[in-house]
Design a protein around this ligand. Structure first.
Ligand code: SAH
Length: 220
């Protein structure tokens, strides 16, 4: 079986296997429903279509990857997105995670540093009628101040530290989900809940392997 239902079964199974680390035996029904409604085969290159519903990452060009479905589901679940939420994503990539978010939130903003990937994703959103997504090309380390504050922020590439700008652009009580660590080294998926006052302490959820967040420091 190589279809969306087998993908959902694999996600459920991996959720159960990893529950010792994540503390979650099951993901929310809303998240699983969204995972069942977005056709992943339309977000991967033609050469990868026959693997689109496998529970693994796949290459999407420009040296980037579409994340593993289980990780997309887990990260989305950790955001606990309400119907009226405004969510920021860093790393649009194929647009698959963005599409999942768009079914759960009221507004989704997504920043991508590689122009061609951003344009391809935008074309998909238009063709597939995902109407509540705004995209831009830029450096995600800076977030997207124009539409801040956000109820949730999700980073889909690994950062060596939690960027201050992202915490600043979160509403009090908002949630930031981000893989932290160096490329090809130990990385941890972290969840940070913004406290109205006092220090925010990110909580480790699971060891992960992400492509690195690319940094383009501004010239002095
Ligand atoms: N959410 C994507 C995952 C793509 S992989 C999906 O579902 O397909 C991570 C993405 O982050 C890549 O597309 C990469 O180009 C992008 N990226 C890397 N560094 C970035 C940065 N500093 N700002 C914004 N996007 C970045």
């Amino acid at each position: 079986m190589n279809d969306i239902q087998s993908m959902l079964d694999d996600i459920q199974q991996e959720t159960a296997y990893t529950s010792l680390f994540t503390g979650r035996e099951k993901l929310s029904g809303r998240v699983m429903d969204a995972m069942g409604r977005v056709p992943r085969d339309q977000f991967v290159p033609l050469s990868q279509v026959n693997r689109a519903f496998n529970n693994g990452p796949l290459p999407i060009g420009s040296g980037q990857t579409i994340s593993q479905p289980y990780i997309v589901a887990l990260m989305t679940d950790l955001l606990e997105i309400g119907k009226h939420a405004s969510v920021l994503e860093i790393g649009t990539g194929s647009g698959y995670q963005t599409a999942i978010l768009s079914l759960l939130a009221e507004k989704v903003y997504s920043v991508e540093i590689i122009q061609s990937l951003s344009e391809e994703a935008q074309a998909r959103f238009k063709e597939m009628h995902y109407g509540n997504i705004k995209t831009r090309v830029g450096n995600g380390y800076e977030g997207w101040p124009e539409f801040a504050p956000y109820d949730g922020i999700i980073v889909t590439a690994a950062a060596p530290y939690v960027p201050d700008a992202l915490v600043e652009q979160l509403k009090p009580g908002g949630r930031l989900v981000i893989p932290v660590g160096l490329p090809h080294a130990h990385q941890e998926l972290m969840l940070l809940e913004k406290r109205p006052e006092g220090k925010n302490r990110p909580v480790k959820i699971l060891e992960v392997a992400f492509v690195p967040l690319i940094d383009h420091p501004k010239p002095l």
